[in-house]
Design a binder for this molecule. Sequence first.
Ligand code: ADP
Ligand code: MG
Length: 235
Amino acid sequence: MVTKKQIIDRARNESRTLLTEVESKDLLRQAGINVTDTRLATSKEEAVSVSRKLGFPIVLKVASPDIVHKSDAGGVKLGLKTSKQVGKAYDDILKAVSQKYPRAAVHGVSVQRMARPGVEVIIGMSRDAQFGPVLMFGLGGIMVELLKDVSFRIVPLTGWDAHEMVREIKGYPLLEGYRGQEPVDVSALEELLVKVSAFIEHAPEIKELDLNPVLARSDGVVAVDARAVLEESDW
Ligand code: ADP
Ligand code: MG
């Protein structure tokens, strides 16, 4: 397994601050945070063989330290059911990305299983000049983007902070099982917030972090996308 130091050193040697999804998830997994098992494939053949190992349905995404929004770049293909679909998705992703971002460095494509559906939530960290690291929590999609329905706490979070943070958002009823939907495991979500806080406390090199989305279900929580940005200072 690649260590935290190796991941950060590699990025710094390449003079970049954005860690890829695969790198960001490796760091989070090492901190005991549940992320989808995500592997880097550097060829179409490898993408297919990794998919067979992980099991279908599969998700492929562009792996590039120059691309922040993978979907916008045509770089995400969901629900791939066969080796043939994976092979085609691999070609389609590289083609779309090379058209939209011809100068982007591309490490390859990330391969992971399609997670079962859940309520999409977001956990974000940014550093405030006065308060230091601050965690944000909200529901995914338009709830955050349009309605700004989010809560904040200063790191380090206590269990009680996490308990309150989850309940403060207006969309909380969606987590409790709105209109016959299955309720999500809210305590797993609270534990996740505390784990992310603990991770941040021991990662001064990280300037920003996003787990977007985390899928929350009745049987637990899993981050299917992650993005870390490194501090530029003390290089
Ligand atoms: P980006 O945010 O860079 O556009 P994401 O990795 O978040 O790319 O993928 C876009 C969307 O695809 C996610 O918001 C989520 O809805 C879905 N998605 C991504 N990975 C998975 C996965 N492993 N299982 C299920 N859905 C996924
Ligand atoms: Mg995302």
